[in-house]
Design a binder for this molecule. Sequence first.
Ligand SMILES: [Zn+2]
Length: 235
Amino acid sequence: MYHHIAKPPRSVKVRGLYVTPQQFEWQIQRLQEAGFEFTNFRQLANQNNQESTDSSPKRQIVLTLDDGYLDNYENAFPILQQYGITAVVYPVMGAIGKKQVVWKENDEQHPVDLMTEEAIQKMHQAGIEFGSHLCDHIHLAEHTEEIIQDQLYRSKEILEHILGERVLSVAYPFGSYDSKVLQIAAKTGYQYGLTTISGINTMQPSLELKRTAIKGHRLHHRWKFMKQLQHQFSE
Ligand SMILES: [Zn+2]
């Protein structure tokens, strides 16, 4: 789980959301060295539909980028292309193309620039998948059923219109979800849902997938990254 791919600006409070482009590239190199195959939810859904004769477990990774920051397009996208790997990006649909945005519910009050519709289309054409991060960056579980349904449905509709393709996944902002959210997400047609609970997953579709938050803007983060890698995939 990544957010910003950029050097954290001086006035940023929540610095853990930033990974520098240099460390992002370094992390991808380490994952490739460790034998990981980068995939996305469309590829996983197709894999699950096919009768597999190969039963050996693969080390697969879905690299996710939350919120749809412009720096994902400017800094992460060229690196992803250079290494020929896919990722899944979760833009806040109500903020597409906006500049200097501050989300009310965020701890971070430093204004951010979001990627445009054109950037989404360019990345999509190059094999990057997109999923919903709602229309507004809110704690979904704290709202009424009407609002939950509206946020899940409308963000999916807008994104599908931009991509010309079905949207398979949603990342719950702040990892905020409950049984009501899960029910409505399933009814709305999502096959994959991304939480902020730390861990690894099986290949099966789930609306409660775990993720690993990645840091990387300070020197010791390289060491931490290697520790995480060894710890989570030691079997
Ligand atoms: Zn978010």
